[in-house]
Design a binder for this molecule. Structure first.
Ligand code: IPE
Ligand code: IPE
Ligand code: MG
Length: 241
C-alpha cells in the first residue's frame, strides 16, 4: 500500500555512467565527466526547488585512485576549474559547499580551490552540498575507529551515537533517498553507515543526461514507498492514520 512521505531532507547521488555516455558518442571518457558538470547544476536546482536541505554527491571514490593516471589528473583539473567557475553562483543561491573524504590525497591545487569554495559559501544554509571526494564508506569507518582508539574511549561507552559522532560529517542526517545513475545496482563503498534504512532509486540514465525531471521522478518513486524500519505494514498504517 503506497504511503505519502514528507519530502526527503537528504538525498545522496552516485553519479555514474560518464565514461559510457562518452564512449557511446565516440568521445573520450573525459568528455562525459565534463558534461556531468551540467547535471550537477540540474541536481542542485531540482533539490532546491523541492526544499531538500542536504545533497551529497559521490564525485570520486577511494577506489577511483586506481584509474589510469591521465583520467585521474584530468578529473582533478576539471574539479579545480568547476569549483572556480561555480563557487560564486553557489553562494548567490545560498548553497554551502563542503568536501568529505581523504582530502590530503588530492593535489595541492585541488585542496586550495576547495578551501576557497568552502570559504566563499560558508555562510550559506539553504542547501548543504557535500562532495564526496577521495571518499569511501570503509575509509570513513576506519577513520572513526582510529579516532576512537586514539582517544582511549571506554568500550562500555561505544554505542550508535558515539560512532556517528566520529563520522566525517556527523551532522548530516541519514539520507532518506539514494539515487544511482548509469544502470549499475550497487553501493560501490558509498555512505555505508548512513544508508542503513535509505531507499534506493536506480536509473539507467547516464549521469551526463541526468536532468531535473529525473530527479523529480526519483522523488516521486520515493513518495510511493512505504518505509517500515522493521515494523509491519499494519503498524505503519496505524501510526500514519
Ligand atoms: C562516474 O562515471 C564518475 C566517476 C567515477 C569519477 P564513470 O567514469 O564511472 O563512468 P562509467 O561507469 O565508466 O560509464
Ligand atoms: C562509483 O562509481 C563512484 C563514483 C560515482 C564516484 P564507479 O564507476 O567507481 O563504481 P564501480 O566501479 O562501477 O562499482
Ligand atoms: Mg562507473
Amino acid at each position: 500500500m503506497p504511503s505519502a512521505q514528507s519530502p526527503p531532507v537528504h538525498v545522496a547521488i552516485i553519479m555514474d555512467g560518464n565514461g559510457r555516455w562518452a564512449e557511446d558518442r565516440g568521445l573520450e571518457r573525459m568528455a562525459g565527466h565534463a558534461f556531468g558538470v551540467d547535471s550537477v547544476r540540474s541536481a542542485v536546482k531540482a533539490a532546491m526547488e523541492l526544499g531538500v536541505r542536504y545533497l551529497t554527491l559521490y564525485a570520486f571514490s577511494t577506489e577511483n585512485w586506481n584509474r589510469p593516471s591521465d583520467e585521474v589528473d584530468a578529473l582533478m583539473d576539471l574539479l579545480v576549474k568547476s569549483l572556480a567557475g561555480e563557487a560564486q553562483e553557489l553562494a548567490k543561491k545560498g548553497v554551502r559547499l563542503r568536501a568529505m573524504g581523504s582530502l590530503d590525497r588530492l593535489p595541492q591545487g585541488c585542496r586550495a580551490s576547495l578551501a576557497e569554495a568552502e570559504a566563499q559559501t560558508s555562510k550559506c544554509d539553504r542547501l548543504n552540498l557535500t562532495l564526496a571526494l577521495s571518499y569511501s564508506g570503509r575509509w570513513e569507518l576506519v577513520e572513526a575507529v582510529r579516532q576512537a582508539i586514539a582517544s582511549g574511549v571506554d568500550p562500555k561507552n561505544v554505542d550508535e551515537d558515539s560512532i556517528r559522532a566520529l563520522l566525517a560529517f556527523p551532522e548530516l542526517p541519514d539520507p532518506e533517498l539514494l539515487i544511482r545513475t548509469g544502470g549499475e545496482q550497487r553501493v560501490s563503498n558509498f555512505l555505508l553507515w548512513q544508508i542503513a534504512y535509505t531507499e534506493f532509486h536506480f536509473t539507467s540514465v547516464f549521469w551526463p543526461d541526468f536532468r531535473e525531471s529525473h530527479f523529480n521522478e526519483a522523488i516521486e518513486e520515493y513518495n510511493n514507498r512505504q518505509r517500515r524500519f522493521g515494523k509491519t505494514g499494519a503498524q505503519i498504517q496505524r501510526t500514519s492514520s
